[in-house]
Ligand binder design. Structure first.
Ligand code: 13P
Ligand code: SF4
Length: 305
């Protein structure tokens, strides 16, 4: 079967079986082409809440599929590749946060959406990279523990100085790998290019950027900008997607190391097997976990929507 034939079959089967395919922007282009919705974590969450499909296939990582399940417990939610987790989502656990809360009773806990459902059960509100600043500014409390990504937390803290934001030592291994020396070298190699980075990058990298924002934020900035060259400081798939959507502009990866191997696990073949019903991991969550973790997501949608 050619790639095109496989895509056509996926599209036919998803319509026949009332399946919605949600695709994170870091997936490859062949998967983008069979998506019902492509987006960053916040966009995917909003679409999950709206979809009336019986089955949702998540092409991304586990916490994204868990979020869909929390918002639509009656749906069958499949993670397209069984092993696609997010290492950052598992860096902290419930007991660690419960201990922090006990020692710091005045603090509320804000969880980046890249956390497990289990961890969200002991947090107050979730945020995504595109909604974090807006939500934290609007929260009716000032003392906040932001988990797990200290780089994203630092970026928020600088923009919301009126709040007391504490951080712990977690982060995205893919983005944290990029160094300031690489950013300086890329700027020297492409002096006319604008540097666009994800706030999961280290503060010293973000400080050198012309723009910092979520995956969708970076893409729309590059698409709308009058500039012709861009250095892209996020997962390397975004360089390829931008080159497709803006053929008249030039895009350079900030670092060749910026590849999320977990996001890359999913192939078009996995999506095909999922729609055929022979693959995909069904997300199972008990009602209590859903009820407790969902409060975080509902708060996020209320403040950030
Ligand atoms: P966004 O989708 O919010 O841009 O986050 C990037 C990311 O690392 C997703 O895992
Ligand atoms: Fe997790 Fe980073 Fe990969 Fe996103 S890019 S899934 S935060 S490891």
């Amino acid at each position: 079967m050619t790639t095109y034939e496989m895509q056509q079959e996926i599209i036919r089967l998803k319509k026949e079986k009332n399946i919605c395919i949600l695709v994170h922007a870091y997936q490859t282009h062949d998967i983008w082409e069979v998506a019902d919705f492509i987006g960053d974590s916040f966009g995917l969450t909003q679409q999950a809440a709206k979809s009336d499909a019986e089955t949702v296939i998540m092409c991304g990582v586990q916490f994204m599929a868990e979020t869909v399940k929390m918002l639509s417990p009656q749906k069958r939610v499949l993670l397209a590749h069984d092993g696609a987790g997010c290492p950052m989502a598992e860096q902290m656990d419930r007991d660690m946060i419960l201990r922090y809360r006990e020692k710091n009773p005045g603090y509320k806990v804000v969880a980046y959406i890249n956390t497990t459902a289990e961890l969200k059960t002991v947090c107050d509100v979730a945020v995504t990279s595109s909604s974090a600043v807006k939500i934290i500014r609007a929260l009716p409390y000032d003392k906040i523990l932001f988990i797990p990504d200290c780089n994203l937390g630092d970026w928020v803290r600088k923009q919301v100085p009126e709040k007391q934001i504490e951080l712990l030592n977690g982060g995205c291994p893919t983005h944290a790998r990029i160094t300031a020396a690489e950013a300086q070298a890329a700027k020297a190699a492409h002096p006319d290019a604008l540097l666009l980075v994800h706030p999961e990058c280290r503060p010293e990298v973000t400080a050198l950027a012309d723009y910092a924002g979520s995956t969708t934020g970076i893409m729309s900035y590059a698409e709308k900008s009058d500039a012709k060259e861009f250095i892209i400081g996020t997962e390397s798939s975004i360089v390829q997607h931008l080159q497709f959507s803006c053929p008249g502009k030039k895009f350079y990866p900030l670092s060749k190391e910026c590849v999320c191997h977990n996001m890359r696990l999913t192939t078009l073949g996995d999506v095909y097997d999922c729609v055929c019903g022979t693959s995909g991991r069904e997300i199972e969550m008990d009602a209590e976990t859903i009820a407790q973790a969902r409060r975080c997501i509902d708060e996020m949608l209320a403040y950030g929507g």
